[in-house]
Ligand binder design. Structure first.
Ligand code: FES
Length: 107
């Protein structure tokens, strides 16, 4: 279980408990957090689950694999210093306290 803070582009915060084994995208989807569309359902094929990870967290996350890296190029205003696709981030206790911010829009 991890407590994850999702911040909408307008600053609205959603603090959600997400079960281990789900992805950060699924945590948003299952709790009706707006701003993460996840059109492909988590197959790393759409980039509409893009977020900016808080700087304190970015380096702590698992490395970006080549498929995610390729797909991030299609995201809206990706930032190599803080962009991730939430469907590629598996939740565990290690992510407790994670803070992510949604972009202004998803492509
Ligand atoms: Fe489509 Fe993440 S949900 S890339």
């Amino acid at each position: 279980m991890a407590k994850i803070t999702y911040i909408e582009h307008n600053g609205t915060e959603h603090v959600v408990d997400v079960a281990d084994g789900l992805t950060v995208m699924e945590g948003a989807r299952d709790n009706n957090v707006p701003g993460i569309e996840a059109d492909c359902g988590g197959a790393c094929a759409c980039s509409t689950c893009h977020v900016y990870v808080h700087p304190d967290w970015f380096a702590k996350l698992p490395a970006i694999d080549p498929m995610e890296e390729d797909m991030l190029e299609f995201a809206f205003q990706p930032d190599p210093e803080r962009s991730r696709l939430t469907c590629q981030l598996k939740v565990s206790a290690e992510l407790d306290g994670l803070v992510v911010q949604m972009p202004e829009r998803q492509i």
